[in-house]
Write a protein that binds this ligand. Structure first.
Ligand code: SF4
Length: 92
């Protein structure tokens, strides 16, 4: 099973208040931007022309990868969704 197939078995209860918040100004000064390559849900997009990082929390799989790979810890908030919100895996 690959990551794309996992999405067929997941559902989300999305909280309007994001559980991860970035300071996009910090991202401009980052050389690697590992989040754009490592996030399995592709929540991070960097526009080189506009020098702008965009983050969308809706599809977050709560894996924690972005927290580990972010060299500059560009988060003003990083946490898991409140109870009852976020991803629900339905593998069985
Ligand atoms: Fe992407 Fe995982 Fe970070 Fe969620 S926790 S934004 S899925 S890397």
């Amino acid at each position: 099973m690959n990551i794309d197939e996992i999405f067929d078995f997941t559902s989300f209860n999305i909280d309007r208040e994001p559980h991860i918040v970035l300071d996009p100004n910090v991202c401009v000064g980052c050389d690697s931007r590992g989040c754009t390559n490592c996030c399995p849900a592709r929540c991070y997009t960097y526009n080189e022309e506009e020098q702008k990082m965009t983050f969308v929390h809706d599809g977050c799989l709560e894996c924690g990868t972005c927290y580990v790979v972010c060299e500059l810890k560009a988060f003003t908030r990083w946490g898991y969704p409140k109870g009852g919100y976020g991803v629900a895996y339905r593998m069985t």
